[in-house]
Design a protein around this ligand. Structure first.
Ligand code: ZN
Length: 251
């Protein structure tokens, strides 16, 4: 199994063993806002930590960790252009598979500017992007996010993440990969199963988004278990829990 979106830097060492024991072989750790991102140094230290310490902590437990790097909408420091200028260097590193997570939290002008600059960079470098959608005003913010994506980037490069019932109808109209975040307060394993029944398995990847918010490192295996109980074919289960993410990220 692949967990397509995690925040390994916020999790204890033991979570990686739990995931590996439950059959999660790979995960993608995305840049986010674990600290007050007051300067570019903090953001860059955060990115370095994912690439070095967390990759090592996961590997010691048998979990292969990949990374998505970028400026999260809640991580925009005053000197964010310094981070932007450093991103191409990180994007060429071996375990880095995408720009992310990037996107909008409130749709402020600065968020839009930082988001667009990173989409431009990803489109130029032909890199995949992991796009955040927020908890608050989700539908309204996702609409603005969607129109920027349409204008700025090849849809085959995009994974729109944290898709739930409130935005799924809008999301499936586009040719993006869709991240189904199974997390307490977001989507339960049973709700994920209902969505997969309704919309099919071809475009979805499963992720836990495990972070310092309420999270379950076993979200993906638990959803796979519920899919088995609900009578999905093995090939359908493999698509959402492994192959779609493997293909999208090239891992
Ligand atoms: Zn996240």
């Amino acid at each position: 199994m692949i967990d397509a979106h995690v925040h390994a830097d916020t999790r204890p060492y033991e979570d990686f063993e739990k995931m590996a024991v439950a059959g999660v072989e790979k995960a993608v750790s995305c840049a986010h806002d674990p600290l007050r991102m007051s300067t570019s140094d903090v953001v860059l230290d955060h990115i370095n930590r994912i690439l070095k310490n967390d990759t090592k902590r996961a590997a010691e437990n048998g979990l292969k960790l990949y990374a998505a790097v970028g400026i999260h909408p809640r991580s925009i420091s005053k000197d964010w252009e310094t981070v932007l200028n450093e991103l191409p260097y990180f994007l060429e590193k071996e375990n880095v598979v995408a720009v992310g997570e990037i996107g909008l939290e409130t749709t402020s002008n600065i968020e839009k500017e930082v988001f667009k600059k990173q989409l431009q960079l990803a489109d130029n470098m032909n890199m995949k992007v992991v796009v955040h959608t927020p908890r608050q005003n989700k539908y309204e913010v996702a609409r603005v996010t969607s129109s920027i994506l349409e204008e700025m980037i090849n849809p085959s490069l995009v994974q729109l993440d944290h898709v739930d019932n409130s935005i799924v109808d809008m999301a499936v109209e586009h040719d993006w990969n869709l991240g189904l975040t199974v997390q307490p307060l977001k989507v339960t394993p049973d709700e994920a199963v209902s969505m997969l029944k309704e919309y099919g398995v071809d475009r979805f990847v499963l992720d836990s988004d495990m972070s310092s918010s309420p999270s379950d490192p076993l979200s993906v295996p638990k959803t796979v278990h519920k899919m088995k109980l609900a009578g999905f074919e093995d090939s359908e289960i493999k698509k959402v829990s492994h192959s779609n993410a493997a293909e999208f990220y090239g891992i």
